[in-house]
Ligand binder design. Structure first.
Ligand code: SF4
Length: 229
């Protein structure tokens, strides 16, 4: 099962600000922008990001009664995933993490009485996870192209078509422990700045933008991180 380390991440300032929850980027106070720049430099200098991806690509042997069967095992007894990926021949499953170091620094800032620094660094970590997820999509798209197929847009637990409870199942399908990712008894990923996803591989795969995902999300009216079309 493939594991990839040392993935270069590009953190765009707009994405970092969105993940800080600043909807009107132009209204962000200059001192906050300066602090974010300072924290980005610290992230780089102190090597707070240790991005890693563990993934596996499974052949779909059957789609029956709204279930996907991978090598004889039923996956995801949900109503929507097969209808989102009806043409899929294979299913890529990936777990991505930026590791525990940034998270520990966030805790340190907060316990040292610097909650603003902690909050802003946490947002940088979330932007880094988003960027890592894009790298995972590029990796799987290139695997799909090498097989003469397309890759769908990613679906993560909690999104339409993949219940959050399927997180357990997904982590059994990739070598998550090799990149240090596990689940607590409550189903929370550790390190917290981690994400799991599936991508359909086959002819004519469905694609959607992140703005379209937000438009369908039940939190779209209140979520400070939503992306508008
Ligand atoms: S609106 Fe929903 S999908 Fe969009 S960022 Fe917020 S929680 Fe995520």
């Amino acid at each position: 099962m493939p594991v990839v380390h040392d993935i270069p991440l590009s953190l765009k300032s707009g994405e970092v600000l969105r993940r800080e929850g600043f909807m009107g980027y132009s209204k962000v106070r200059p001192e906050i922008r300066i602090l974010i720049r300072e924290l980005l430099a610290i992230v780089q200098k102190a090597h707070l990001l240790e991005p890693a991806i563990a993934y596996e690509i499974y052949t779909i042997i059957e789609i029956r009664q709204r279930q996907l069967f991978l090598a004889g095992k039923p996956l995801i007894p949900d109503l929507s995933l097969p209808s989102l990926l009806p043409q899929a021949k294979e299913l890529a499953v990936a777990v991505c993490t930026i590791g525990p170091r940034l998270e520990k620094q966030v805790t340190d800032y907060t316990s040292q009485g610097e909650p603003l620094r902690g909050m802003l660094l946490d947002g940088i970590g979330s932007a880094a996870v988003d960027s890592l997820m894009e790298e995972a999509c590029k990796l799987i798209t290139s695997e799909a192209l090498s097989r003469g197929y397309e890759a769908s847009s990613p679906i993560s637990p909690g999104m339409l078509g993949l219940p959050i409870t399927e997180q357990w199942q997904l982590l059994k399908l990739v070598p998550a422990q090799e990149i240090g990712v596990s689940l607590t008894s409550a189903g929370i990923m550790v390190p917290r700045k981690s994400v799991s996803l599936v991508i359909g591989i086959g002819p004519r795969m469905a694609k959607w933008t992140r703005a379209e995902v937000c438009a369908r999300c039940h939190l779209k009216k209140t979520c400070p991180y939503r992306i508008s079309a």
